[in-house]
Ligand binder design. Structure first.
Ligand SMILES: CC(C)(COP(=O)(O)OP(=O)(O)OC[C@H]1O[C@@H](n2cnc3c(N)ncnc32)[C@H](O)[C@@H]1OP(=O)(O)O)[C@@H](O)C(=O)NCCC(=O)NCCS
Length: 219
């Protein structure tokens, strides 16, 4: 990250999402997900409304001092049984509505994080993740998990399998804009999730990622 680009110093804050943010998040999603938007695999207003009703504490936006939203993130709570159960994005999020939220579950599920393409590598993504970590600790959740799309796999799929690709990213022989970011900020890769999300970049593969709460207290 460049010394001249520090979002915290420039006044960018991460706060909980409110109703007035919804249309701005929909606009941001179109910019952030040019490969998913044509398939409708980005948030619709009704889904964002549902997230706010179900679990407002888990919804976040990154905002510039003038009110421009440059990042957003959506989470809810689950309990997976078994703990590393294979799942799809649509299945676990109830088609994006989060009606699968379990208030007394043990795991924060990371359904989405994105920053505006013009503001990537400025530290905004990691500011959001810091808020996720705070939430996990505050609610005494055991961990947070998600499916990180293997964004650059499409560029290697004719040469190596998805397993080799993920291995190379983990060994730092290849760089993936999503998985490398997640590994750098402390997630571990558990396994490959096939058919996770319809996506021409990852060819529908995601990496099951996990971050354990270091001060979790078993009830
Ligand atoms: C993934 C995404 C959210 C990252 O957002 P971002 O704002 O660029 O994130 P940051 O600037 O905080 O972090 C990215 C960089 O910092 C590094 N980094 C961040 N925190 C770090 C830390 N504490 N220590 C070391 N490295 C760190 C990352 O590896 C990465 O390195 P680079 O800038 O040198 O390339 C963004 O790329 C994005 O919106 N992608 C498209 C949407 C998407 O696919 N989301 C994931 C859905 S599964």
């Amino acid at each position: 990250m460049s010394d001249s680009l520090r979002p915290r110093d420039l006044g960018v804050i991460v706060r909980n999402t409110n109703q007035l943010d919804i249309s701005k998040i929909v606009d941001l999603q179109k910019e952030s997900y040019p490969y998913l938007a044509p398939y409708g695999n980005i948030w619709r207003s009704e889904e964002l409304e549902s997230h706010l009703t179900i679990f407002p504490q888990g919804q976040f936006v990154a905002v510039e001092p003038d009110g421009t939203i440059v990042g957003s993130a959506s989470t809810f709570i689950v309990t997976l049984n078994p703990e590393y159960a294979e799942h799809t994005w649509k299945g676990i999020t109830a088609d994006g509505l989060f009606t699968t939220h379990i208030p007394n579950g043990d795991t924060l599920y990371l359904a989405d994080i994105s920053t505006h393409p013009k503001h990537r590598h400025e530290g905004i993504g990691s500011m959001i993740i810091d808020r996720w970590k705070e939430l996990v600790i505050k609610q005494n959740l055991r961990r947070m998990i998600g499916g990180g799309r293997l964004f650059n796999y499409t560029e290697h799929a004719d040469k190596i399998s998805v397993y080799e690709y993920a291995e190379k990213v983990m060994k730092r022989e290849l760089r993936d804009p999503v998985l490398t970011f997640e590994l750098d900020i402390g997630f571990r890769s558990v396994k490959i999730l096939p058919n996770y999300l319809e996506d021409v970049r990852s060819l529908n593969y995601a990496c099951f990622i996990e971050w354990l709460n270091p001060i979790y207290q078993s009830p």
